[in-house]
Design a protein around this ligand. Structure first.
Ligand code: SF4
Ligand code: SF4
Length: 82
């Protein structure tokens, strides 16, 4: 289980979540549209969820249906290229 960043982050990227994450598992490059949570490092503390100004962050099982694809997008971001 992990927290997932969904579509509302696209184009916002204010990094409020990064500031509060105790394990620094929220990442993204300057050229990325949004940030992503590394599911292997996230400790499910929930600190990031309330600070997001656009409600982009959900625990995996509560990701709204319309954004389910973001579960895989977050995971895929951290998979090393084959
Ligand atoms: S739930 Fe906690 S550990 Fe996971 S990304 Fe959010 S702040 Fe970081
Ligand atoms: S706080 Fe929300 S909008 Fe800001 S970078 Fe994090 S997920 Fe994106």
């Amino acid at each position: 289980m992990a927290y997932i960043i969904c579509e509302p982050c696209v184009g916002v990227k204010d990094k409020a979540c990064v500031e509060v994450c105790p394990v620094d598992c929220i990442h993204g490059k300057e050229t990325d549209d949004m940030l992503y949570i590394n599911p292997d490092e996230c400790i499910d503390c929930g600190a990031c969820e309330p600070v997001c100004p656009v409600t982009a962050i959900f625990i995996e099982e509560e990701v709204p249906d319309k954004w389910k694809s973001y579960v895989e997008k977050n995971k895929a971001y951290f998979k090393k290229p084959a």
